[in-house]
Design a protein around this ligand. Structure first.
Ligand code: HEC
Ligand code: HEC
Ligand code: HEC
Ligand code: HEC
Length: 127
């Protein structure tokens, strides 16, 4: 029993710390910089994570951090995973990753007629 409890503590405490650190860190994201891109050909993409999501009135994390099971969208979110952990597959990996980023970001901006849709409005040159 004590053994088991010790094990559970070992497993959950670091996991909790990790999650807390991750959720805390997200407020400081100002650019999208997915490690799945080995090289960049465009200026970095502006994205003030929390401020953006508040201004855009997005309630659910899984609007972007989604998860699917057997093709079905799940309620849980894939927080702590980069988009590239699921969208970088095969030879077209890089192109596929670009495609899904553009699709997710731009389709909402188009739908809501708010938010940038032109290259340089997202890929901004550093000031
Ligand atoms: C709504 C915002 C948005 C718009 C508009 C947009 N992009 Fe992107 N783009 C992104 C995001 C987000 C990424 C992922 C960036 C990362 O993780 O570094 C990306 C990645 C890329 C990449 C791969 C990374 C790199 O630097 O090589 C290329 C190339 C790219 N975009 C080109 C374009 C071009 C060309 C246009 C205009 C036709 C465009 N983008 C418009 C958001 C946008
Ligand atoms: C509009 C889309 C969008 C929404 C809504 C959103 N996020 Fe994100 N989030 C992103 C993008 C894009 C990144 C950076 C891309 C990546 O890590 O691959 C990111 C990164 C993160 C990271 C850092 C992940 C890492 O790998 O370092 C955390 C943590 C996070 N988001 C948590 C949240 C939480 C919690 C919510 C809900 C309260 C939320 N996000 C809502 C788009 C979104
Ligand atoms: C846990 C894995 C996982 C993560 C993390 C993930 N996705 Fe997805 N995504 C999927 C799956 C599975 C689908 C369903 C259809 C498919 O296979 O293309 C999908 C579908 C999509 C689609 C629709 C594709 C289409 O062709 O219509 C877009 C756009 C997308 N994801 C963007 C993103 C972005 C941007 C992020 C990061 C903020 C992200 N995804 C994170 C697994 C994931
Ligand atoms: C579900 C809808 C939705 C998604 C997904 C979304 N946006 Fe937006 N975005 C908005 C709305 C709405 C606004 C306008 C908000 C306002 O009134 O300022 C906006 C504004 C912006 C702006 C201009 C404001 C600023 O912060 O400079 C940028 C840049 C931006 N979005 C980048 C992105 C990027 C990059 C992604 C993908 C990682 C993304 N957005 C995904 C809804 C969305």
């Amino acid at each position: 029993m004590t053994n088991l409890r010790a094990k559970v503590l070992w497993l959950t405490f670091p996991a909790l710390l990790f999650l807390a650190a991750a959720v805390w860190a997200q407020g400081y994201i100002t650019e999208v910089e997915d490690s799945g891109f080995e090289k960049h050909t465009r200026p970095a993409v502006s994205f003030a994570h929390d401020a953006h999501n508040e201004a855009a009135n997005i309630e659910s994390c899984n609007t972007c951090h989604h998860m699917y099971e057997e093709g079905e969208l799940q309620d849980q979110a894939s927080i702590g995973m980069e988009c590239s952990s699921c969208h970088l597959e095969g030879n077209s990996g890089r192109l596929e990753l670009i495609r899904v980023y553009h699709l997710q970001c731009k389709s909402c901006h188009l739908e809501q007629k708010a938010g940038p849709v032109q290259c340089a409005q997202c890929h901004r040159k550093a000031e």
